[in-house]
Ligand binder design. Structure first.
Ligand code: GLA
Length: 721
């Protein structure tokens, strides 16, 4: 039956946007199609019951005829609780009279065309018995094949009303099997990939960490339909929630083998009271459908992120040197190093602040007291900015404004600004507590910390915004009897501060950091140019970490630093760091002359190629999860420049590696292959075709030898038309 339904859908035709098709029966159903270039999401209003159903999600339908024969398969677009839905609801609430049910009927829809590429469809649903309205918003980004969904709930009952579930999106699938790819993390080991077949019942991926998103589970997934997909084959959706707090991705497989995917804020311990007439808006769920595997899904998301999802995605990033803030003299020397290496900026990390309670390590004192420590920096930040400027280098600074150490003036002066239970011991992590970002006074303080830092030190060119703990001590003095609002109000409070700062400093680059990659999501990335992927900069680990992030986030957003972590060669470290926004955490005095020369050359090379890496299309060619190698390449949109990175992670004695077929090139073009990043005193990495020219067709059908079999070696090739 399901197969039959699918083929009926395929022979239906549907124009893009909204259409009402003639019906043979008296009552006409309404079809609302939300299209992108290659995808259709079709809703149907069944006139017999007035409800809104999802009738199709998949590859673009080219033939309209027969759509009116579509049954709705009972897939409610936004399932409620309390009438006849027997499965997980998208929304649940209790009305003023104690009635726990909700029924949503279609009222109207309108289409807002923002420009040639972006369209928002608003579908208004209403309960016939209660003054409750729910608007489903579906924003389609045509060229990127990305759809964003969010929901607004408005109630006009006499008194406040409590909502218990409030999903951003509900999607339905009918396939023979479902394969879920999830990304889990822990500190130092972010974005590990796991794939499993969904079985009947509910699978939940979620976070209850409050202010951290990606540590332990990422709010992103791939759902492959019918069979497992690989990089180039298979039907799937890639979805991710744009929310920097507790999230829930719920997959429910029913007795008919139909799958519901419900995505949104985690309703855990978060019942929310909404006031009459005050809309409750969910965060966005962002997804793309691909019928050509995971590679295409990632490229769709990357293109969307560059154009819409991350701050200044189309612009360049600053290469930087980063170190703990020791003292003026040492930092001035490191600024010298920054210049010597040819980097754009020096980033002063933790340790520069705290007067009464100086910040001398990362777990004792000072968080909250954002005044420069005059013993370490007697001439203030202005001096460092000038010293950097004299060397043609910019200066950036680390802050962690959501936090407080008990040993701080802030804690002593404003104990009621801190999240802590009134009658229980304080639970510390890194010896710190969180500020109460549900409290407007605290938000004002946090805003002023950053604003004053930037205004009193003109010349600060970059902010690293850290958040080094998850939320425990879940109690806000400010919220009084609304403690279950804390998780949601905290994140919305954070966004309100980031939004204000963004209004005032629209192009101030900011790095999103949370003990490494503890908070990486598209809710926050609207305000950030990049994120700190992990505190672990050991390059073998990084290959896996960066590989994981690459499924959802473009290379330009991923900060990779060359540091002292790991025993591999400087070349290996440098090659790994180049696959993103590159920086250094290495002092020049620890480099040999050859290493310094190699690094200086690598930075020049990086400048030349970074546009391809940042803004090009990514092709993952060989996965480190499948072979002893990792190979990937970036290709620019004109297909006249590409960069290929190849890593040998491990090898057995006598193991040989096959040639690697390239992707994304123009078969008709001829490309010159040049190995780059060759160490000053080293030979090329292995038998390769470096220096020769081949057609794109040859490179994509026959391929290249891309490096040696020696463990922990790497090679990088510049591929130029
Ligand atoms: C966290 C961050 C690091 C660094 C330290 C400073 O661990 O992830 O990058 O900034 O804090 O204390």
């Amino acid at each position: 039956m399901k197969k039959l339904l699918f083929s009926i859908i395929l022979i239906c035709t549907i124009s893009s946007l909204s259409i009402g098709l003639p019906q043979t029966s008296q009552v006409q159903d309404i079809f609302i199609a939300v299209g992108t270039l290659n995808t259709d999401l079709v809703y149907k209003v069944n006139r017999r019951d007035g409800r809104l159903y999802q009738s199709y999600l998949g590859h673009k339908i080219n033939n309209i005829a027969g759509l009116n024969q579509l049954t709705d398969a009972g897939h409610l677009a936004y399932a409620t609780f309390g009438t006849d839905n027997l499965f997980e609801p998208a929304i649940r609430m209790i009305h003023n009279d104690g009635n726990p049910s909700l029924e949503l009927k279609y009222v109207s829809h309108n289409i807002e065309k923002q420009d040639a590429n972006v369209t928002i469809t608003h579908i208004l649903l209403k309960d016939p018995e209660y003054p409750v309205e729910v608007t489903l918003n579906i924003k389609s980004f045509s060229a990127e094949d990305v759809i964003e969904q969010w929901v607004e709930i408005v109630q006009k009952e006499p008194k406040p009303l409590t909502i218990y579930n409030y999903a951003s999106s509900m999607l339905h699938f009918d396939a023979s099997k479902y394969w879920l790819t999830q990304f889990n993390s822990k500190w130092g080991e972010e974005m590990k990939i796991q794939e499993s077949e969904l079985t009947s019942g509910i699978k939940i991926i979620d976070s209850k960490l409050g202010a951290w998103t990606t540590m332990y589970q990422s709010p992103g997934f791939f759902l492959s339909l019918n069979e497992k997909s690989d990089e180039n084959n298979g039907e799937l959706i890639a979805g991710t929630l744009a929310w920097s707090g507790n999230f829930q991705l719920l997959f429910e497989l029913d007795e008919k083998n139909s799958l519901r995917v419900i995505s949104g804020i985690n309703p855990f311990a978060s019942e929310y009271t909404i006031l009459p007439g005050r809309p409750f808006k969910t965060p966005s769920f962002i997804f793309t459908f691909s019928n050509h595997g995971k590679g295409l899904a990632s490229r769709n998301l990357h293109r969307w992120a560059l154009n819409y999802g991350i701050m200044d995605g189309s612009k360049a990033r600053l290469s930087l040197m980063n170190s703990w803030a020791t003292d003026e003299k040492k930092i001035t020397n490191i600024i010298d190093d920054t210049k010597k290496l040819g980097l754009d900026m020096y980033l002063l990390d933790d340790g520069w602040f705290g007067t009464k309670y100086p910040r001398d390590d990362d777990a004792s004192a000072g968080l909250g007291d954002w005044q420069v420590n005059k013993i370490k920096f007697p001439n203030g930040l202005g001096y460092l900015i000038r010293e950097a400027g004299n060397r043609g280098v910019k200066l950036g600074i680390w802050i962690e404004p959501e936090m407080v150490n008990p040993k701080s003036e802030l804690y002593k002066n404003h104990p009621d600004w801190v999240l802590k239970l009134p009658n229980r011991p304080e639970d510390y992590f890194r010896n710190q507590l969180m500020l109460d970002l549900s409290n407007p006074k605290v938000l004002e303080f946090v805003y002023n910390v950053v604003d004053e830092l930037v205004t009193t030190n003109p010349g600060i060119a970059y902010i690293k915004w850290d958040c080094n703990r998850m939320m425990t001590n879940q109690y806000s003095v400010y919220l009084k009897d609304k403690q279950s609002h804390l998780y949601i109000d905290y994140v919305n409070g954070l966004y309100s501060v980031l939004d204000r700062l963004h209004q005032k400093y629209p192009h101030l680059p900011m790095m999103l950091c949370a003990s490494g990659g503890g908070r990486v999501d598209y809710g926050a990335l609207r305000y950030f140019t990049e994120f700190w992927a992990s505190d672990n900069s050991e390059p073998l680990s990084r290959i896996y970490i960066q590989w994981g992030y690459s499924y959802f986030f473009p290379a330009i957003s991923v900060c990779n630093h060359v540091t002292g972590w790991g025993e591999t060669s400087l070349k290996f470290k440098t090659d790994v760091a180049m696959m993103g926004t590159m920086g250094y955490g290495l002092e020049v005095k620890y480099m040999t002359e050859n290493e310094l020369k190699f690094s200086q050359d690598a930075i020049v090379t990086y400048r030349r190629l970074s546009d391809v890496i940042w803004h090009g299309d990514l092709y993952r060619l060989i996965s480190p999860y499948e072979e002893h190698r990792a190979v990937l390449m970036y290709v620019n949109s004109d297909k006249n420049k590409a960069v290929l990175f190849a890593y040998t992670l491990n090898s057995r004695l006598f193991e040989t590696f096959n040639r690697v077929r390239l992707q994304g090139l123009d078969p008709a073009k001829t490309y010159k292959i040049q190995e780059i990043n060759v160490p000053v005193d080293g030979a090329p990495s292995g038998p390769s075709e470096s220096g020769k020219s081949y057609s794109g067709d040859y490179l994509m059908k026959i391929g290249l030898n891309v490096g040696s079999t020696a463990p922990l070696t790497s090679s990088v090739f510049e591929i130029t038309e």
